[in-house]
Structure formats: C-alpha cells, structure tokens
Write a protein of this length. Structure first.
Lengths: 402, 402
C-alpha cells in the first residue's frame, strides 16, 4: 500500500529542510557533524514519545513540555554530550541551545525542540555551540547530513522514506534515527525523527505515533539498558494537501501502516547496528492469550543474554528460549510450546523433536536469525527484534568514557 | 557471634554424611563425579526455596512436593543434565532416581529429595544412573565430594561451615553450592544445600531460610537469566541438642545471623565464579524509602550490562549507574544522589564532583569493586552482588551445547 522513496530521508516529505555543522563536541575531526537542525517551512503539528527512565536529560524535559502545545517549527539536536546529570545548568543549556537555533532559522523560540545524545555527566560545551550554530544553513538536500550529525557509536546513518497515494495526491513519510548502545524496550538511547507532509491535528498525530512506536521502537533490545535521553518526534506540516482527521478511515489505516513501516525499519536499523552486533534476531511469538503476553514473551526472549550469546555462536540451544519464556511471566503450558529456529521445527509439545543439528546451525549462519515460538494459548502474535552478544560488544563497552 | 569452621563443608554439622560417584552423565572423565547423596543420620526437618521460572524441572516439582511434609532424610543430586523440557518422562526419571538413592541408603522413598542441573532438553540417562547409584557410599568425610559432584561450569567447589555456641553447646551450619551461568535475583541456575545440627520445627525452619535467602541468593546476578532448576534446601537434624523453637529470641537471632552469613558466602562464591567473570561487584544502596526500593535499586544496578562492562574495563563511567538507578522504578530525587566508587566520592547532589580519574581507575583494579549509592530518600539499605561482563563470558556462552 506504500512505496519506498529512493534515497529517502527525513527531508523527503514536502516542506522539510535540514542543516548540520561541526562544532567539536563529538570529535576533533572537522568531518564530524555534531549539531543539526530539522525544520518545517510551515508550522507543523508535533507529537513525541520519551524515555521512561527517572533520570532524564533536561533536553528531554524541555522538549516534552514544548511538545504539549502540539505545534513546532523544528528541532535542534547535538551528539557527543547527553546533557544529563549536570544539575540546574542542564536546563539552562537546553534552553539556550533551542534559543540559538530558533534565532538562526528565525522561528519562535518556544516552537524549537531540542535533543541531546552522548556521554552522561558532563556539561554541554556551550561556547562551542554558540560559536558554531551560525554555520547551520537549511535546505531540502541536507536530510542525510542531519542523519549523520545525530550519530554517536552508530556505524551507519539510518534513514528511510515511503510514499502513499490518497485520492491521487502523494503523502510522504520520512525519518532518521540513531542508536546504538543502551537500547531496550520502552525506548532507550535512541533518537528518531519522523516527518510527514500530511495534515494531522496534534491529538490524532499522537495516537498515530503511539500505535507505531508500540510495534517498533518499544519492541527492540540491544543490551537491556535504557538511556536517559530517548525521544521519538513526529512532525506533520500538511503541505501535501492531504488531511487525516479521523483514525478509523481506510485512508488513515493506510497512513498508520506506512508510518509503522517507517518506524519498524528505523528500529531494525538501530538494532542491526547494535554495538558489536553481527546478527539481527527476530522473535515472533504466536498464540498468546493477550497482546500484552505476546509482547512480553517476545521481548523477554530477545533480551536474554544467553539467547543473544547462542545466536552469536550459532548454537541451537533452544533450552535457553524455553528458560527465557518461563521467566517472562506470561500465560502458557510448557507441554503446548512449539519452537522453530529459522523455520526449522525443533520443539513440539515442549519437547525436543529429532532434527538435523547441522542444518539448524547452517540456517543460523545468516545476517538475520528468526525464532518462532508458538504458545498455543490464544490468538495474539507479536514480533521483537534484538541482536547477538559478541566479544566486541564487551570490549567496546569496557572503555567508553576513558 | 559465630566462628568459621576450618575446612568446613556440608557435612560439618553433626550427623550429616555424603557420598558421590562418577556415572558418565557430565563427562567421559572418570574423575568427574556427577551423582551425589547428602543424608542425615536421623530424620531431619527440611525447608526449601525454588525457582520462579514457569518452565521448571520435574526434579524441582518432585522435591517441592516432598518438602511440604517438612521431613526428609536426604537428597540425591546429579550434574550434567537438568531433566527439563523432556515431557512426562522427566517426572518418572526424577522419581526413579530418588527411589534408587533411597534404596541405596535404606531410607523411606518419600523422604528422599532430588535435584538436577545441566543441559536442558535432553532426558536423564537413567541406564547410567541405575548402573552407578550402587557405588555411592556415605560417610562424614565426603562433604567435599558432594560439593564437587554438583559442579557444572563451576571452576571451584563452593563450601563453608560456621559454628555458634548456645548455652555451652555447639551448633554447626554447613553448606555447599553450585553456579554459575543464568544466575539472577529470585534464584536461578544454582543449587545450594545447607545442613545444621540444630533442632528446628519445619515451619520455623522455613522462616529462617526465607529470611536468609532474601539477603543472599536473591541478591545476586550473573547474566540476568533464570534457570529452571534452582533450589535451596536447608536440613536441620537436631543432633546438637540445641533447639530454636521461637523466632525472636536472642539465640534465634544468633542462629539467623550465622545462617545468613553462610548463605551470603555461598551466594558470593557463586558470583565470584560467574562464567568468564574477573571481578566481584558489590552494590550497596543506602537511604531508600523502603526495603523493596533498596533491594530493587541494588539489583538493577548490579544487573546492568553496561555497569558490568564498565567494571571489566576499569571505567569509572558513573552515568551508567545513574541510568540503571533511573530505570529501576524506585523513589528518589536525581539531585539528592551520592555515588562512591570503591570509597571515592564521585557524584554529589546528582552531579559529578571533581575527582582524580586515575585514582578511581586504580581503585577499581581489584578483585572486588564496590559501588555505594546514596539515595537520601529514607532509611533502608541493601546490598547486591554481581560480576563483570567479559569477552570470555561471551565466548563461553556462544558454544555451550554443541
């Protein structure tokens, strides 16, 4: 029902522009973009979802409060410094960064949002921010620069756009995201920015976003930790001339589906680029007795350290899947469980069935490993995504701040 | 109030005997003991705590049901096979193993308990169990053999005993335990056996055990996963002639303290021997507004993958401690938090204070790293223990079953 836009990104939708600069926050290298602005040419509706961590960056606090108005002209984001655990200075710096960005692009200050990502516990180097903000100039071609500027330990930029046709008119949804450590269900260390030229009132936009986030960013895990800065923002500026003013129409369902696709693709890109990760793990739980159970089971399995390690080692040790399922607290009977590894049936009725171990090992030797777990307890399904746990992850995370 | 018994073990208390044999379940090597019996010369009171995983070994199911009588003559344990996820055969095998053990030492079958640990999803090789059970002969000197026979990926046997004096009479509490992967709060992949020659009624024994487990085995984490077989058993045979028949007497408090010490030492030994672990992490949370909050905060910090990795890398990246605290869901104000790393004050009022980074790095280069986190929100404290996350852990767990 939607088409993928070639080289699509966060400025693919009509009327969205971006720009980025080097400021020296993230790295000495002058190639390293670390402050960026995404803006709409016309005032846009905005909706956001935010980290549930109690320790929260003042950048999130400010943005969360400004998103409540439902209107925004854009967002400024920096990488290299999380602006977190820095006391009262944090909110002052977030406010000043938003102020500088709004002045630079000439929009009302209270319609400028702010996001930060990077090291916790050090103050934003505001001298650098003040010095370099003036270098940011916006245009429609700079979507990819925006995606690069928000990267921290990411190895690739993450961006995508899709288009749908409604009554002969085109609506585009584009996005950019960054990961990659501390990703856990319920949104952690990750920023995602999604823009669309559809016209949508803030309340309805919020419902669209919530539904898509539930199926995407809230279903991924890298290491079970949660960051203090995570934010997903969705802007809708109406410039396509197509309006979605109710949730249950056929058109709205097409829009929701396209938005969820964008969100899932960005979420999977984050997981695929997880620190030290070699393989994407997809866990598909079927036959749960409630939606909540389906989601909890899928997340618990994909988050298990031992399941992650077995994928890294191509070890079809399905007992670990049963163990993770067992500790998830969901409703099922052990002797009704089926498990498939990359399509090969290995467990039926809760017991091992004779399978060719070498074939399962071969099937796991792929960039994406899929576990299907049938609970046979009801009619609810869910999918979660994670990545394998590798020696590189440990090496990487043993020496991050020093 | 208690003394450590030199070379103390699970048969140090009066009237406890043990024996073990090689059966070929765990390894081809004939040095590898893998079936063992611990028994009391007189009928003993017994109490147990068990895994909360919904996928549970029939060995646990059988033992849990027999422990309800409050009386037992002993337990048979095997390593190498968990007897889990094997359908109806599992309960039959657990019952037969208990039957063979009870016949071998001539005690009533329903007073013989059974524990299994090892690989999930394969049946117990009962032919080997039948063939070798007859080799087990019990004596008081075989405590260390019992501790060796229950080991799986453990690199050292874990055993201890302490003695207390009550009205001139000596009471001994001894124990043995095994880890070591899949250890998480609420008791996972671990077996512990504690024996005492005190006289204690089953109901009171249960309360003593529950209190000690809460402070020990439920406060440790290796990798956030939970096994299907975990069991802690406490036997009390009364042969010291000292009785604890009420919970709040001075004597009972001395006993409780000694029992908790034994449980904590066994729990710490399990963590210290965690798969691939190099360092013990102790997290001491002070000033929580409830006991539950203190325990949850300590466990959340010690379980964080990123905290574990930073200890491995001697990286004083205290932002990760704040992040883990923030996602624990406990009550605190960010700007009241203090953090000490190995006694060095690094965070006050939720912000970094100037500290000599090299000194903190040096202090972390020790077998035990201690984080003290002051919430300044109330009067409850708690301690949890974990281990660092190393490349060896990943390598080890990438190839366990194959």
């Amino acid at each position: 029902m939607f088409e993928i836009v070639k080289n699509g990104n966060v400025t693919s939708a009509k009327g969205f522009i971006a720009g980025a600069t080097y400021a020296g926050i993230k790295s000495f290298s002058e190639d390293a973009l670390d402050i960026a602005i995404l803006a709409s040419e016309k005032p846009a509706s905005v909706a956001g979802t935010f980290t549930t961590n109690k320790v929260v960056s003042p950048s999130v606090t400010l943005t969360k409060s400004r998103v409540q108005s439902g209107k925004s002209m854009g967002v400024v984001a920096n990488s290299g410094c999380a602006n977190t655990c820095v006391g009262d200075q944090g909110l002052k710096d977030a406010e000043e960064m938003a102020h500088l960005a709004s002045k630079q692009i000439n929009v009302p200050e209270n319609q400028m949002l702010v996001c930060s990502t990077g090291l916790i516990g050090v103050e934003l180097p505001m001298a650098l921010v003040r010095q370099h903000m003036g270098n940011i100039h916006l245009d429609q071609a700079a979507g990819p620069s925006f995606a690069k500027a928000i990267m921290t330990t990411d190895t690739v930029a993450k961006e995508i756009a899709v288009s749908i046709k409604i009554a002969g008119k085109e609506v585009v949804i584009g996005g950019a995201a960054k990961g990659s450590g501390m990703i856990h269900p319920n949104m952690a260390t990750m920023l995602a920015f999604i823009s669309t030229d559809a016209e949508i009132e803030p309340d309805i936009l919020k419902t669209f976003l919530k539904q898509s986030v539930k199926e995407s960013f809230n279903m991924i895990d890298i290491d079970g930790d949660q960051s203090t800065n995570d934010t997903v923002l969705l802007f809708a500026n109406g410039m396509s001339g197509v309006s979605f003013d109710e949730l249950d129409s056929v058109d709205s369902r097409i829009f929701q589906e396209a938005l969820t696709y964008v969100a899932i693709e960005l979420a999977k890109a984050i997981v695929r680029d997880g620190e030290g990760s070699n393989r994407l793990i997809e866990v598909f739980v079927t036959g749960a007795s409630s939606e909540k159970d389906a989601k909890n089971a899928a997340r618990e399995i994909v988050s298990s350290t031992l399941v992650k390690a077995m994928v890294h080692g191509l070890d079809p040790n399905w007992g670990r899947i049963m163990m993770a399922l067992g500790k998830s607290g969901v409703d099922f009977e052990e002797n009704n469980v089926d498990v498939f590894i990359s399509g090969i049936h290995v467990v039926h009725g809760g017991c091992s069935i004779p399978y060719l171990a070498d074939a399962v090992v071969s099937s796991m030797n792929a960039p994406e490993v899929k576990f299907e777990v049938g609970l046979n307890a009801g009619k609810f399904d869910s999918t979660a995504w994670g990545c394998d746990l590798t020696e590189e992850y440990v090496t990487f995370n043993s020496a991050y701040s020093t």
